[in-house]
Design a protein around this ligand. Structure first.
Ligand SMILES: [Fe+2]
Length: 269
């Protein structure tokens, strides 16, 4: 048992090393890569970041997975200023080989999967206005960096996300991709985990949204938290226009890493 676990960690490490790519090697995502001009942010934009972060942290200290909270410190996020992606990536790369790579906005799916498979997280650089503090239809730097990137400091979650991108990049059928989209939704975006006898949040949609997170921690009306089950996750149709009625709680990040590999064997073409 011990030997096979060591082997599987070693195998994961080797796969992850092989996956890393220089930005110049990206093909489908290349047109969307930009530079972050950190010096161009205004004092008002730094103030919006500070307000957003300050508003979220008290609830997260109580209800976020320790993996998220540790990642927040490990990647050096600061409360009072917008993150500089190159500095975040320098800290991340030495831990898990992930990079928070600036992009111009939404990516087509082939570009998105290519970047995940190369351990690069497509990261927007714009920040919402004061009129849209709680919600933006498109992800901004707050959703992307505050919501997603701290999780990339965790070795197993980091490997899961790369595997997810690799598996999706190899799929052609719209139905298979739709099913994989649900796996992403119920983990990366709206994931919850059993920790210390409670349900804690780790998905970026819950981390970055006070309303969505409150719905979960206060067990809002109609909310059902089920045990994670790959087949059921991939069967659950998502309605993005309303608070989530069902979430799937994992026991460990190994569980979703294995789920991504299992999904490949079920859906692979
Ligand atoms: Fe997201």
């Amino acid at each position: 048992m011990a030997a096979s676990m060591v082997d599987s960690v070693k195998t994961r490490r080797e796969r992850s090393k092989a996956a890393r790519k220089d930005a110049s090697e990206l093909v489908a995502s290349r047109p969307y890569l930009i530079e972050q001009d950190w010096t161009a942010y205004t004092p008002e934009q730094h103030a919006i970041w500070r307000e957003l972060v300050t508003r979220r942290l008290p609830q997260l200290h109580e209800h976020a997975s320790r993996t998220y909270l540790e990642g927040f410190d490990q990647i050096g996020l600061q409360v009072d200023q917008l993150p500089e992606l190159a500095k975040v990536s320098a800290r991340l790369e030495s831990r898990t080989g992930w990079n928070s790579t600036p992009v111009s906005g939404f990516l087509p799916s082939d570009a998105f999967f290519e970047m995940l498979a190369a351990r690069r997280f497509p990261t927007t650089t714009w920040i919402r206005s004061r009129e849209a503090m709680e919600y933006t239809p498109e992800p901004d730097i707050f959703h992307d960096v505050f919501g997603h990137v701290p999780m990339h400091a965790h070795p197993v979650f980091a490997d899961f996300l790369q595997e997810y991108g690799r598996v999706c990049a190899g799929l052609k059928s719209a139905e298979a991709l739709e099913r994989m989209g649900r796996l992403f939704w119920f983990t990366v975006e709206f994931g919850v985990i059993h920790e210390e006898g409670r349900v804690k949040v780790y998905g970026s949609g819950l981390i970055s949204s006070h309303g969505e997170c409150t719905h979960v921690v206060e067990r809002g009306s109609g909310l059902e938290i089920r045990e994670f089950d790959l087949a059921k996750v991939m069967d659950t149709v998502v309605d993005v226009s309303r608070m989530q009625p069902v979430l799937y709680a994992i026991e460990s990040f190994e569980q979703i890493y294995e789920a991504a590999r299992e999904a490949e064997s079920q859906l692979g073409e």
